[in-house]
Design a protein around this ligand. Structure first.
Ligand code: A3P
Length: 300
């Protein structure tokens, strides 16, 4: 199938993934024009899996200085302003965006494309890709709240029902979720030097260890001195949901797509789905997830 209408929006299929039409044009332009630098870092996710958190942590890691984290970029711009989306920001605005204007070094980008699509223009580039995954039922509930906020509607059971339907069929923006996650899971097993797979739940459970892991992968490990100075804890505090959502820039700022930044911060909890999904809905999703992830070695 090449395109379909879901909830009044046209979705187009490309390389096994569904996109809103305008985003697909940007994906094609990205594949045609993007020239990677060896030092580029690309942060990837299925929507609502912890993208904002991963962006903040990466910026915080790369901008840590001897003096700790004073006058930090995260206090003057949102994580999404600092790490633009390739297909929903840069290549949406222009088919050939001027990437020389990006001042951060290394350059930081983000995406919701699956790995095989993302990798096409990267060829043999040694640039690094970090993927954050999250329990599919929490992703779904987070998406439901997010879309309701965008549409300025109450989060209603009818819209939850239709998200469950499209999610399970795999026909949703950036779906199917299982192909998305599996593309990065397999990529991280085959090429662990260039693809890091992080689980949102692990970040919540053992943030210290995961941030150390991220720093090692990005080639900027913490020194013993930094560890003694509490640099890891400072980064975790700076990037906590509570702190980020209370920064002025995230409370009042408006992002690239005219959404206010606060929309990216809600509860940030594991298993919030238990408060919203009916047993039938949860069983339905579990069945699909079980079937699709069977044998992959991945628990999601
Ligand atoms: P909930 O809706 O479950 O609260 P994304 O950034 O990919 O859009 O994902 C948004 C989800 O991540 C939301 O989940 C949001 O609350 C959560 N989130 C945002 N910032 C976070 C942070 N600093 N720490 C933990 N979770 C965060």
């Amino acid at each position: 199938p090449s395109d379909i209408n879901v909830q009044g929006k046209k979705l187009c299929n490309y390389q096994g993934c569904w996109y809103y039409e305008k985003n697909l044009h940007a994906v094609l332009d990205y594949q045609k024009h993007f020239k990677p630098l060896d030092t580029d870092i690309i942060l990837s996710s299925y929507p609502k899996s912890g993208t904002t958190w991963l962006k903040a942590l990466t910026v915080a890691l790369l901008h840590r200085s001897k003096d700790g984290i004073q006058s930090h970029p995260l206090t003057s711009d949102s994580p999404h302003g600092l790490v633009p989306f390739l297909e929903m920001n840069l290549y949406l605005k222009s088919s050939t965006p001027d990437l020389t204007k990006i001042s951060s070094s290394p350059r930081l980008f983000s995406t919701h494309m699956p790995l095989h699509t993302l990798r096409e223009p990267l060829k043999d580039s040694p640039c690094k890709i970090v993927y954050v995954s999250r329990n599919a039922k929490d992703v779904l509930v987070s998406l439901w709240h997010f879309r309701s906020k965008i549409e300025k509607k109450e989060a209603e059971i009818s819209s939850l029902n239709s998200i469950v339907e499209s999610f399970c069929k795999g026909v949703d923006n950036n779906g199917p979720v299982w192909d998305h996650v599996l593309s990065y899971w397999k990529g991280s097993l085959e090429d662990p030097k260039h693809v890091l797979f992080i689980r949102y739940e692990d970040l919540k459970e053992e943030p210290y260890a995961q941030v150390m892991r991220l720093a090692d992968f990005l080639g900027c490990p913490f020194t013993q001195e930094e560890i003694h100075r509490g640099s890891v804890e400072k980064i975790l505090n700076l990037c906590s949901l509570c702190n980020l959502s209370n920064l002025d820039i995230n409370k009042t700022g408006v992002s690239w797509n005219n959404m206010d930044h606060s929309i990216y911060f809600r509860k940030g909890e594991v298993d919030d789905w238990k408060n919203h999904l009916t047993t039938d809905m949860a069983n339905k999703i579990d069945m699909v997830i079980h079937e699709k992830f069977q044998g992959s070695g991945l628990k999601i």
